[in-house]
Ligand binder design. Structure first.
Ligand code: PLP
Length: 391
């Protein structure tokens, strides 16, 4: 570990990097499980999971060991060759995915997973129109940004993909009405829990209706599970809660415990229509990413960690039962609706050593705790939150 307290890391980053991120005034140097440590050695409890990424906590040993081993063996070769690490990652991912998702396309991030899912939908349907949801969030590259509702992000680049519409999340009839007048639609993309939009959920029946509407109009249904996937909500894929299956599932964030990786899961009937050259990327399915992915999935499976997700939600719910806070979301993707604006609360919690996050809904804060978080820590957090709210 290298610590140079004299160097002003903040000033260096501010000086040399494009200023596209708002940052907390903190320098994290080390992570261990649910904790992060700044350069002064102050400990923070990370209930934000490095932005919904650190599902196993920070620097989990089985994953760092796998990366070290793989780095010493073969760090990288592209997809023009076969490789055991990629083979193991794809096999394990398909084994853990819901039945019928028999094929995977690896990529490097969430936005790329959505870009590739959109390309697949265009290819399969021969159509170009896309539908997304009001409040939906899918990424920053051009196709994913075009289906991201957030006007402040999308509008400066709104000419990227012109054939995009937005319908109300949770309202199946709004989707049907839209498709009646736009039957030439390729895909409907949605997050099963709208995270940035305040951990907004919808009834299981909504998803079943969406499924049958997409079937009726021949529209590819894309579940953006970049936040909900890999067990975070108490099932590997959110669709397992709903009694329906989308056509494509996109994953990233938790999939490599922090090592960049994304994936599109698809059934054979779609996979078999893709041919050499349809999709591709130099780094996709790289050896280190594959090793991190396989180790992450193995750790989750071997320790039945998916079962922990609802325990964490229930612990928070119980600890806040007498408070004015109401919860939304599922498992380890939780919105907390506060009686006040969330931003100052998140800031105060941060100064007390708790990392949480805001959302696009002013009074909803979010936590995406690692799935390994002890329930006692969740109870302790609830006490701290109540204390902040009452002060
Ligand atoms: C639901 C959802 N989809 C897509 C993305 C984009 O993922 P990435 O930042 O890895 O490109 C995000 C990122 O926050 C997300 O939350």
């Amino acid at each position: 570990m290298t610590t140079n307290k004299d160097a002003d890391w903040k000033a260096i980053e501010d000086r040399y990097e494009a200023s596209t991120y708002a940052r907390y005034p903190v320098v994290f140097e080390r992570g261990e499980g649910i904790y992060l440590f700044d350069t002064d050695g102050k400990r923070y409890t990370d209930l934000y999971g490095g932005h919904c990424v650190a599902i196993l906590g920070h620097s989990p040993k089985p994953v760092t060991d796998a990366i070290h081993r793989q780095a010493g063996q073969l760090m990288f070769y592209s997809n023009v060759v076969y490789n055991p690490a990629r083979a193991r990652a794809s096999e394990r991912l398909v084994e853990m995915a819901p039945d019928g998702f028999d094929r995977v396309f690896f990529c490097n991030s969430g936005t790329e997973a959505n870009e590739n899912a959109i390309k697949i939908a265009w290819k399969i349907t021969g159509r170009t129109k896309l539908v997304s949801t009001l409040g939906g969030w899918h990424g920053r590259t051009l196709a994913s940004l075009s289906v991201t509702h957030a006007p402040k992000l999308r509008e400066p680049f709104q000419f990227a993909l012109p054939d995009v519409s937005f319908v109300t999340f949770g309202d199946a009839s709004a989707l049907r009405e839209h498709l009646i007048t736009n039957p030439d639609t390729a895909a409907f993309i949605l997050e099963p829990i709208q995270s940035i939009n305040g951990c907004n959920t919808a009834a299981d029946d909504y998803f079943r209706q969406v499924r049958s509407i997409c079937d009726e109009f021949g529209v590819i249904l894309i579940f953006d599970e970049i936040q909900t996937g890999v067990g975070r909500t108490g099932a590997f894929s959110y669709c397992e809660h709903t009694g329906m299956k989308p056509d494509l599932i996109t994953l990233a964030k938790s999939l490599g415990s922090g090592f960049p990786i994304g994936a599109v899961l698809m059934p054979e009937r779609i996979g078999s229509q893709l041919v050499h050259g349809d999709l591709g990327s130099t780094f996709a399915g790289g050896m280190l990413a594959s090793a991190a992915c396989e180790a992450t999935l193995k750790e989750i499976a071997d320790n039945n960690l998916i079962e922990r997700a609802p325990l964490i939600y229930d612990a928070l719910s119980a600890a806040l039962k007498d408070s004015p806070v109401t919860l939304s979301g599922k498992g380890c993707l939780i919105g907390l609706k506060l009686p006040v604006e969330s931003r100052p609360v998140v800031r105060e919690l941060f100064s007390r050593g708790w990392i949480t996050g805001t959302s696009d809904v002013a009074n909803v804060m979010r936590i995406m705790p690692p799935i390994i978080t002890p329930t006692e820590i969740i109870t302790e957090f609830a006490k701290e939150l109540n204390d902040v709210l009452s002060s």
